[in-house]
Design a protein around this ligand. Sequence first.
Ligand SMILES: Cc1cc2nc3c(=O)[nH]c(=O)nc-3n(C[C@H](O)[C@H](O)[C@H](O)COP(=O)(O)O)c2cc1C
Length: 205
Amino acid sequence: MKVLLINGSPKTNGNTAMALGEMIRVFESEQVETELLHIGNKDIRGCIACGTCGKRGKCVFDDMVNEAAPKFEQADGLVVASPVYYASANATLIAFLDRLFYSTGFDKRMKVGAAVVVARRAGTTATYDELNKYFTISGMPVVSGRYWNNVFGCVPGEAASDLEGLQNMRILAANMTFLMRGIALAKDAYGLPEQESVTTTNFVR
Ligand SMILES: Cc1cc2nc3c(=O)[nH]c(=O)nc-3n(C[C@H](O)[C@H](O)[C@H](O)COP(=O)(O)O)c2cc1C
């Protein structure tokens, strides 16, 4: 059982890292393998809609996105965490996710997704919705905790005072472990749901 965690903050030791660290401790205590990628301090450009990935099976820009793709393919769960910037996710993370999800053709169904957002004060639920949309267009069940997955803090380390937020991170990781195990059992027993062939309807006249 493996979880890939993406930290979208440019700060490797900031509040987002602290929220993820709380989850990682639970995963490790449950013998769930973890891998943490800090992408927020990398030079990651946005998608240019060139369509090269459709032919080559990987993004035309050979950076962290292509590095993360096989790790995502092997993972049973994906945690995507972002600091809130102007009531939205960090722009580098969005560039990364657009390209990761668009350029990878592998089956993402039943990989469990969790979004985590960290802010000083506001914009958390909008960012949470934004991140969950990558999972919910991909057949990925979304796991929840006891609250929406917000952790509050401004300067690095301040999230340590958000005891409820950090507790929710632990609950989220425990729920995610349970869900991944349940899905693994169900896959063994029943296999993945049958897929219909793709029908694409573009809303243009
Ligand atoms: C460019 C920028 C925009 C921000 N916008 C918001 C915001 O809209 N709402 C908010 O509550 N905090 C905002 N913040 C504060 C961060 O979300 C907060 O400091 C968070 O703890 C940073 O996480 P990190 O330490 O993991 O980087 C912003 C910070 C920056 C640098």
